[in-house]
Design a binder for this molecule. Structure first.
Ligand code: GLU
Length: 464
């Protein structure tokens, strides 16, 4: 069998996915799909305090919503599972034991107090805090009673060099790292160890993740080498910044996918705007398949990108305008009491190009499917001097006109203008407010057309 790309997304279920996490997931998915490879979803839940099943569930929902399907994962299974770290603890223990046996890791009995003292001393001397290796050569000596050891990795002192798909050749001097913990005293693997065992056993051959993990990578490479596993390739993505130029975090809800979905953004619009964070496949709206076909790690940018809400709005508008009315009706879960499906379809078709979000679309559709109650602005306009007289003239002219079309609409409007002397906003606003209950919305001619003569008259009756 030939080489198969195996890429993964490995979220920690400690919060909801935001635009930055979505970018990591998307790029891994695009990378795998580009080459007909496999996309694996792994849940990194060894932080038992902060990990929650409910977050895991919403991460899976968010990925599915975006259209990023996985070939192996906690729900779908696969032959390299389990795909939740909390279910892999025995594997980590086994491999930690292997390292101890090979003399590449050791049990460390240093107490918290000693470690703190050491850190304080090093900091005071202006040195970077790191473990001094005191327990490295305890072999044979009697371990102190009552202390449950951690396991530390013996960091070989050398220069690790690796080629990063985004940043190019990177060099690290491992002398600054210090022997780090791979198993806690509770028997649970440290993140830096679990991730290596998992990537190795799941045969991940290319890792795409955020720059926030770049400083962990030398440790990972050293572990791969010590364990005798083949080191994967790495590409680290520069972080995504918010408009305030601060990296996005799970704490800000404004860029949480869930929040965007609830505010009426379509998955394909989110995908399109996320795809432009550090990659430039042109500005045209693209499907996931088109993005996958175009994807290339070599084209990724080395500098951080800023999440641009305006661009998201632009893609959302494009996505809404490009959908047929029936799909939009389904997305909005709309039904129109009294009006047939066709009528609703016609309304949606007529207003969709004006909508920036699904929520906005719903607002634009609302005046045509129910009997709208005027909002505050509309009431102000309707209460102004001359509004009543203007609407009476309008009613009169509509009564005398035949069916509403573009020509009769123009004639009616000319008539109202002539009789009342009103023009511009003074002319349009009261009519808009009386017919739709709001002062914003689609063009007046379309409001007339969609309502038709009978409903226009019925709505005007309320105000004259
Ligand atoms: N679980 C890590 C995170 O959510 C990702 C680890 C990785 O990609 O190597 O940040």
């Amino acid at each position: 069998m030939g080489f198969t790309v195996r890429a993964r997304f490995a979220p920690s279920p400690t919060g909801d996915l935001h635009i930055g996490n979505a970018r990591t997931a998307l790029f891994n998915w695009l990378f795998a799909r580009h080459s007909g490879g496999r996309f694996i979803l792994r849940i990194e839940d060894t932080d038992f305090e902060r990990s929650k099943r409910s977050y895991e569930k919403s991460i899976l929902e968010d990925l599915s919503w975006l259209g990023l399907d996985w070939d192996e994962g906690p729900d779908t299974g696969g032959d390299k599972g389990p795909y939740r770290q909390s279910e892999r603890l025995e594997l980590y223990k086994y491999h930690a034991g292997r390292l101890i046996e090979d003399g590449l890791a050791y049990r460390c009995y240093c107490t918290k107090e000693r470690l703190e003292e050491l850190k304080d001393k090093q900091t005071a001397a202006g040195a970077p805090p790191r473990y001094d290796g005191r327990c490295r050569d305890l072999a044979g000596a009697h371990p102190p009673a009552g202390v449950i050891p951690v396991v530390r990795f013996k960091v070989p002192v050398k220069t690790t060099t690796f080629y990063d798909g985004v940043h190019g050749l990177l060099k690290f001097d491992t002398a600054t790292i210090g022997d780090f913990v791979i198993m806690g005293s509770d028997g649970v693997a440290a993140y830096n160890f679990a991730v290596v065992i998992d990537d190795a056993l799941m045969e991940i051959n290319h890792i795409i993740r955020g720059d926030d993990h770049i400083s962990n990578t030398p440790r990972h490479i050293l572990l791969f080498e010590a364990l005798g596993f083949k080191t994967p390739l790495y590409s680290h993505l520069p972080l995504v910044l918010g408009e305030d130029r601060i990296p996005l975090s799970k704490r800000d809800s404004a860029t949480a996918l869930k929040r965007l979905r609830d505010s009426g953004y379509l998955a394909e619009a989110v995908v399109n705007s996320v795809a432009r964070l550090g990659w430039s496949p042109g500005e045209d709206f693209m499907t996931l398949a088109e993005l996958a076909a175009a994807f290339s790690l070599e084209k990724l940018s080395r500098s951080s990108s800023v999440f641009d809400k305006e661009r998201l709005k632009y893609y959302n508008k494009t996505a809404i305008a490009g959908k047929d009315a029936q799909s939009l009706i389904r997305l909005l879960s709309l039904s129109a009491p009294g009006a047939g499906e066709d009528r609703l379809g016609e309304v949606v078709e007529a207003v969709k190009a004006n909508a920036e979000t699904l929520t906005g679309l719903k607002t634009l559709v609302a005046p045509f499917i129910g009997e709208p109650l005027p909002d505050e602005e509309a009431l102000k306009v309707l209460g102004a001097d001359g509004a009543g007289a203007l609407l009476r003239e309008l009613k009169d002219l509509v009564e005398r006109a035949g069916p509403i079309d573009e020509a009769s609409f123009s004639a009616i409007m000319d008539g109202v203008k002539e009789k009342t002397g009103a023009k511009g906003k003074k002319l349009f606003m009261p009519i808009r407010a009386a017919l739709t209950g709001t002062t914003a919305g689609i063009e007046l001619v379309n409001i007339f057309r969609l309502l038709g003569r009978e409903r226009i008259l019925k709505r005007l009756d309320r105000w004259v």
